[in-house]
Design a protein around this ligand. Structure first.
Ligand code: SF4
Length: 440
C-alpha cells in the first residue's frame, strides 16, 4: 500500500482509452483496487495513483496516450510522490519505448496482470514495477468488476484472440483465446439483474468463438437469457468465421437476444481479405449476411471497414464500396489502415498514400451516412419498444434509449419514462444517427 496523505483511502484516477473491452477491464481494475482499500479520486490532481489503461490497436490511440504522458510528466514533477502507471495493450506492446520516453513511470502492467496491481503499486524502487506476462489461463472470472450505474452492463465472456489477422496486434498484446466459465458469467449477470440492470452486453475480441467445455456461444446466449430480470442481450464483437448455425439459431429463437449484429467485414476485395488473413471470402461473408437476414427478420447490421491496407488498389477499394452498397449496413466504424509493429502485415509495408487513404475514408463515410439516413428514414411511422437510458445529452426535455436494433431514439420525458423502463415509441423523423420519436 502506498503512503496516504488523506488519512483515508488512497485515491486512484483511472483513464481508459480504446475499445469496450478496455472499458470492461477498467471496471475490473477498479474492483481489484477497491478491494485493496483504494478509492476513486475526483480529479487527477487529487490522486495518489494515476493509471492509464491504454490501447495499441491504432496509431492514433497510441499518439493520444503519448500526449497524455507528456502532461502527466508535469504532474509527476509537481508531486513526485504520485505514482503513475501504464496498463493495457500499449504497456504490453511497446513497454521498452514507453519506459525510455517516460523513465519516471512507476508501473507498467499488461492485460493479464491486473490481479497483481495492489502488489505492483506497493513496489518502491528506482526502476518501475513491470509485469507484462501473458497468461493463457487468466479469465478474471472469479473477480467482481465495479460496474458503472446504468440500465446496460458489459460482461466479459472471453479474452484474447487466436485469429492473427495480418493487421492486428490483439493476439500479441491480449494473448490467446480463453473463455470465462459459464458459472462465473451467470453469477455476474444474476448480481447485475439484482442491481436493476436490464441489458447485458457479452464482450470478447471474437466473442462468438466462446467455448468452455461443452458450452458454445449459442448455449451461453440461452443461459444468460434464462436469468430473471434481464430483458435484453447483445454481444460484441463477433467474427464472421465463428458465426455458426448454433449462434444464429439462438439469436433467432431467444427473444431477449436483440436483432442487431455487428459483423466486421474490413474489406470488400477478395484479394485484400486474403492478404488481411481474415479467414473468409467475400462470397462466404455475403452468404452469411443472407442467412442471418433470413433467420432474424428486421435484424440491423453494422460493420468495421479498414481502407488503405497495404496493396489496396483503386479496384479493391471500389469492391469495398460495392459491398457496403450491396449489404446496406445500418452503421459502420471506418478506419484508415495504420501499420502496427509486431503484426504479420508490418513487414509488408504501407503502399497506399495518406492522401489516398483520406480520400477513400471520406468516400466510405459519405456513402455509409447516406445509406444509414435512408434506412432510418424508412422506419418513420413504425413502432418500437425502447429501453429508457436517461435524459438526452442534448437536453430539451428529451429522453434517450435504444431500439432493439440498437438505434438511438429520442423521445419526450414524462412520469412513466424512467431509466430501466421499456416504452413504446413511434418514429416521427430520422437522421443517419438517430430516430426522433413520439411516445405511444
Ligand atoms: S479477429 Fe482479427 S481483428 Fe479481431 S481481434 Fe482477432 S486478430 Fe484482431
Amino acid at each position: 500500500m502506498i503512503d496516504n496523505p488523506h488519512n483515508g483511502a488512497p485515491l486512484v484516477w483511472l483513464e481508459t482509452y480504446g475499445c469496450q473491452m478496455n472499458i470492461a477491464d477498467s471496471q475490473l481494475i477498479t474492483g481489484v483496487l477497491r478491494r485493496a482499500g483504494y478509492d476513486l479520486a475526483p480529479r487527477p490532481e487529487d490522486a495518489d495513483v494515476v493509471l492509464l489503461n491504454t490501447c495499441a490497436i491504432r496509431e492514433h490511440a497510441e499518439e493520444r496516450v503519448l500526449g497524455r504522458l507528456g502532461n502527466l510528466a508535469q504532474l509527476k514533477q509537481a508531486r513526485p510522490g504520485v505514482k503513475i502507471g501504464l496498463l493495457g495493450c500499449m504497456a504490453q506492446h511497446n513497454r521498452a519505448a514507453l519506459i525510455a520516453k517516460a523513465p519516471w513511470l512507476d508501473l507498467v502492467a499488461g492485460p493479464d496482470t491486473y490481479r497483481r496491481l495492489p502488489e505492483l503499486l506497493g513496489h518502491d524502487g528506482f526502476d518501475p514495477a513491470v509485469d507484462v506476462r501473458l497468461n493463457r489461463a487468466e479469465t478474471y472470472g472469479d473477480l467482481a468488476p465495479a460496474h458503472a450505474d446504468g440500465v446496460r452492463a458489459y460482461v466479459t465472456a472471453m479474452r484474447g484472440c487466436d485469429k492473427f489477422c495480418a493487421f492486428c496486434v490483439v493476439p500479441y498484446v491480449r494473448g490467446r483465446e480463453r473463455s470465462v466459465p459459464p458459472a462465473d458469467i451467470l453469477r455476474e449477470v444474476v448480481e447485475l439483474a439484482a442491481q436493476g440492470v436490464k441489458e447485458i452486453v457479452l464482450l470478447g475480441q471474437t466473442v462468438n468463438a466462446y467455448r468452455c467445455g461443452a458450452t458454445g456461444f449459442g448455449a451461453l446466449l440461452r443461459m444468460v437469457a434464462a436469468v430473471n430480470g434481464i430483458e435484453r442481450i447483445r454481444f460484441t464483437s463477433p467474427h464472421p468465421a465463428d458465426m455458426t448455425a448454433e449462434v444464429i439459431e439462438a439469436m433467432a429463437a431467444e427473444p431477449k437476444v436483440q436483432p442487431h449484429l455487428h459483423l466486421p467485414v474490413q474489406s470488400g476485395s477478395e484479394r485484400i481479405l486474403a492478404a488481411m488473413e481474415r479467414g473468409y471470402t467475400v462470397g462466404e461473408y455475403l452468404e452469411l449476411v443472407a442467412r442471418v437476414r433470413a433467420a432474424i427478420p428486421g435484424v440491423a447490421l453494422s460493420t468495421d471497414i479498414i481502407v488503405g491496407f497495404h496493396g489496396e488498389a483503386e479496384s479493391d477499394f471500389r469492391a469495398t464500396i460495392d459491398l457496403i452498397r450491396g449489404v446496406g449496413y445500418d452503421a459502420a466504424f471506418t478506419f484508415k489502415y495504420s501499420v502496427r509493429e509486431n503484426t504479420r502485415a508490418f513487414r509488408l509495408g504501407d503502399s497506399v498514400s495518406e492522401a489516398d487513404k483520406t480520400r477513400r475514408l471520406e468516400e466510405v463515410i459519405a456513402l455509409q451516412e447516406s445509406i444509414a439516413r435512408a434506412r432510418n428514414r424508412a422506419l418513420v411511422g413504425y413502432e418500437y419498444p425502447v429501453l429508457v437510458e436517461g435524459p438526452a445529452r442534448r437536453g430539451g426535455g428529451q429522453m434517450t434509449g435504444k431500439t432493439p436494433q440498437f438505434k438511438t431514439a429520442f423521445f419526450p420525458a414524462n412520469d412513466t419514462v424512467v431509466p430501466g423502463a421499456t416504452v413504446a415509441v413511434r418514429v416521427a423523423s430520422a437522421t443517419s444517427h438517430s430516430l426522433l420519436c413520439t411516445l405511444i
